[in-house]
Design a protein around this ligand. Structure first.
Ligand code: NAD
Ligand code: TYD
Length: 351
């Protein structure tokens, strides 16, 4: 079959990538989806085991740090479009070792831009390179205000600095070469298949195993949480209908302080696990704050809602309920991802 589009989704074996790959494969049989992923500790093909027989899905193990490897995938599949999610994504790891963030997030992104620029050199018409980024490039907010698409970049962690740098390269390729790019900057995601180094899955896993719940600083930092499938829906609409050369903010209008969120999760899991009220809250342990810890993120997604009609589909309480249920019914997934290397990571950072 000749497909209308042959889309490389990078980082498709990760948390957000796997939700996006599933959505695109299932909704658009007229598109070929090529999942291009290195399978680092964060990439897990088990996340997509339900798709292995789908005719419009292919997997390519590929490191975006190698331009040669990317070029080979572009050639093999005659890639027409890119949705780029592959990245080192955890702030704490970036503080511990920033260089891998530069190699993957900055150099890897420029490699992909170069691969697209040469593969589509005959004409850029009809192609799209959608770069998936984060609200963390905007820095940290005080108690009020929101990030809009016009907020100046002010990254403050090695992770956000590497993402900001990649965003600048993407925009530079639009202005310099006319490469047909689109970009989105999203707030914190949550949902199933989320690696338990991030706040919500880490807390769920620790509550389950009755381990201490490490809250950084005094727990007053605020994040704006969005259901991962709503992010995938936003990427889909921006990729297909967004304007070339523009960026779109994606967020849930759903701000929670870390401590309030951990309390909520403790109470929810006590009810679900039939535990005495307050027993999980007793596991909370305030630990040393993250270096350069951004105080608050909050997204104004008006442009995306007004121009493209996107809005979040789930209330946070419903989304958390579904998320906790997914973790409770997939102990083997948690077991697999937290064995081996995860144990060493956990000991290094928390014990
Ligand atoms: P993740 O860490 O769960 O997944 C990253 C994926 O990229 C993994 O499958 C990994 O194997 C792959 N990868 C890493 N290095 C690679 C390399 N050199 N070559 C090829 N593949 C490589 O990340 P996530 O949370 O799903 O985030 C996906 C994207 O969305 C990232 O670009 C991130 O910056 C952005 N983002 C994430 C959030 C969030 O809350 N998680 C919010 C906004 C934006
Ligand atoms: P995280 O999930 O790492 O996302 P990000 O730093 O990209 O926003 O962290 C979310 C918030 O939770 C952040 O303010 C740091 C805090 N946090 C803790 O308090 N304890 C933890 O163990 C982790 C992983 C995060």
């Amino acid at each position: 079959m000749d497909y209308i589009k042959r889309i490389a989704i990078t980082g498709g074996a990760g948390f957000i990538g796997s939700h996006l790959v599933r959505r695109m494969v299932q909704r658009y049989p007229q598109f070929l989806v090529v999942n291009l992923d290195k399978l680092t500790y964060a990439g897990n093909l088990e996340n997509l085991s339900d798709l292995k027989d789908a005719p419009n899905y292919a997997f390519e193990k590929c490191d975006i740090q190698s331009l040669e490897a990317i070029n080979a995938v572009f050639k093999r599949h005659r890639i027409t479009d890119v949705i780029h999610l592959a990245a080192e994504s955890h702030v704490d790891r970036s503080i511990d070792g920033p260089l891998e963030f530069v190699y993957t997030n900055v150099v890897g992104t420029v490699n992909l831009l170069e691969a697209a620029r040469s593969a589509w050199a005959d004409s850029f018409e009809g192609h799209v390179f959608h770069h998936v980024s984060t609200d963390e490039v905007y820095g940290s907010l005080g108690t009020d205000g929101f990030f809009t698409e016009h907020t100046p970049y002010d990254p403050r962690s090695p992770y956000s600095a590497s993402k900001a740098s990649s965003d600048h390269f993407v925009m530079a390729y639009f202005h310099t070469y006319g490469l047909p790019i689109k970009m989105s900057n999203c707030s914190n995601n949550y949902g199933s298949h989320h690696f338990p180094e991030k706040l919500i899955p880490l807390m769920i896993n620790n509550i389950l195993h009755e381990k201490p719940l490490p809250v950084y600083g005094d727990g007053s930092n605020v994040r704006d949480w969005l259901w991962v499938e709503d992010h995938a829906a936003a990427i889909d609409v921006i990729f297909q209908q967004g304007k070339l050369g523009e960026s779109y903010n994606v967020g849930g209008l759903n701000e929670w302080s870390n401590l309030d969120l951990v309390h909520y999760l403790c109470d929810l899991m006590d009810r679900k696990l039939g535990k005495e009220e307050g027993s999980s809250r007793a596991l909370i342990k305030f630990v040393k704050d993250r270096a350069g810890h951004d105080h608050r993120y909050a997204i104004d997604a008006t442009k995306l809602t007004k121009d493209l009609g996107w809005k979040p589909s789930l209330r946070f309480e419903e989304g958390l309920d579904k998320t906790v249920d997914w973790y409770l019914s997939h102990p083997e997934w948690i077991e697999n991802v937290t064995s081996g290397a995860y144990k060493a990571y956990y000991e290094k950072f928390y014990e």
